[in-house]
Design a protein around this ligand. Sequence first.
Ligand SMILES: [Zn+2]
Length: 146
Amino acid sequence: MTEPEPCLACDVVHGRRTLPAGVLLREGGFALHVLADPSPLRGWLVLTSERHARAWYDLEAGELAALGPLAARIMAAQRAALGAEHVYAFAIGDVLRHFHLHLVPRYAGTPERLRGRRCFEGTADDALPEEEVARAARAVAEAMRR
Ligand SMILES: [Zn+2]
């Protein structure tokens, strides 16, 4: 598929937009990176298709086969490296119309108001410093290489 209009996800996977810690991993047609917005939760990562696919239903067979095992490995690394109790997976795609899967760690200390889908409702006060976002992302990437 071509890029019909400016697309943040295409910019991230093709390196036109740089995020803290950069692209952590490329595998199976996907790139792993931090949330492109201020993040309220340590280790919130996003797995984005390298191709401009609208959503899950537009992924190709090879991408679909890679997606599940890859997401599960990332989640395991988020738990191992960061001590997350649980990891949420969200693919919404109403705003950014390019396939991306949010992999959001939930910790013992995560406040009720940031649990589940409420993680998208963090305020400016919740935003973690970029260094912390980058450090957590690198720790997950490191755990995946083990
Ligand atoms: Zn795109």
